[in-house]
Design a protein around this ligand. Structure first.
Ligand code: IPE
Ligand code: IPE
Ligand code: MG
Length: 254
């Protein structure tokens, strides 16, 4: 079934979790789960476009994931490079702009070069947006943004003493991207694991028990339908929302 096209989330962010458990259940090495997870990524990018959702952010590798066994980390970096090498032409064909969030300069040269190529080759597209969170952590993002903001104040590009989310958020990795409307986490875990903590201030959250390699377009559509049944109030009362009072962006981004 296809969700109604009215009231679609503009931006869906996904914490793709459960690859390791998927493999373990089958007596396979964890990397097999990651390989299958990549196939799900391809399917979900297509499904998101088919539903009419313009922004998709995928949490692919966290700042904390470097602490995993070295062979798993290098296999994940290899898969990222393989994915980009295979998929960049598909992104171009489908007019999908690739963005990255996270400390990309700390990634190994192989995937980093593929990323730079893919970002440059798709930067003129405006219809569809894929955001890959790589070496991403919200706390690192906030610390990096604070440093960049402080440098801008010292250089005279920002006013000292101005306290405004609209201004400060331009220094986050996500500058220029809308906040996620719907956050999905697979695998039954109900935590955020340092993902987009600020940007999800008013996101609706859906936790799916399905392990990421088994996640399908039908599950994505079900999450979107769940989102469409929710009432987003942004601090207003239910009566105000029913009467048609719209929350103002200015109030949320003070
Ligand atoms: C998510 O699957 C992929 C990454 C974090 C890179 P996991 O590898 O975390 O799978 P589980 O949680 O161990 O099942
Ligand atoms: C979050 O999953 C990171 C990604 C999906 C890339 P983790 O599996 O690393 O999170 P925790 O450790 O269970 O919180
Ligand atoms: Mg996990």
């Amino acid at each position: 079934m296809q969700p109604a096209s009215a009231n679609l989330p503009q931006h869906v962010a996904i914490i793709m979790d459960g690859n390791g458990r998927w493999a373990k259940q089958r007596g396979l090495p964890r990397i097999e789960g990651h390989r299958r997870g990549v196939e799900t990524v391809r399917a979900i990018i297509d499904a998101t476009r088919a539903l009419g959702i313009r922004y998709l952010t995928l949490y692919a590798f966290s700042a904390e994931n470097w602490q995993r066994p070295a062979d798993e980390v290098s296999a994940l970096m290899g898969l990222l490079e393989y994915f980009l090498r295979r998929e960049t032409k598909v992104l171009i064909k489908n007019h999908v702009r690739l963005h990255t969030i996270g400390r990309i300069d700390e990634l190994p040269a192989g995937p980093r070069k593929e990323l730079q190529h893919a970002v440059a080759a798709t930067r003129h597209f405006t219809d569809w947006n894929l955001v890959l969170a790589l070496n991403y952590g919200s706390r690192t993002e906030l610390a990096d943004a604070a440093c960049a903001y402080a440098a801008a104040v010292v250089a005279g590009r920002e006013k000292p003493g101005e306290s405004s989310w609209t201004t400060f958020s331009r220094y986050l990795y996500t500058a220029g991207l809308p906040d996620p409307d719907l956050l999905i986490r697979t695998s039954g875990e109900t935590r955020l694991s340092n993902f987009l903590l600020m940007q999800c201030a008013y996101a609706e959250m859906v936790f799916s028990p399905v392990l990421w390699p088994d996640f399908t377009k039908a599950e994505l559509a079900a999450a979107v339908e769940e989102y469409q049944r929710r009432e987003r109030r942004y601090g207003l009362t239910a009566e105000q929302i029913k009467a048609g009072t719209a929350p103002t962006a200015a109030a949320i981004n003070r």
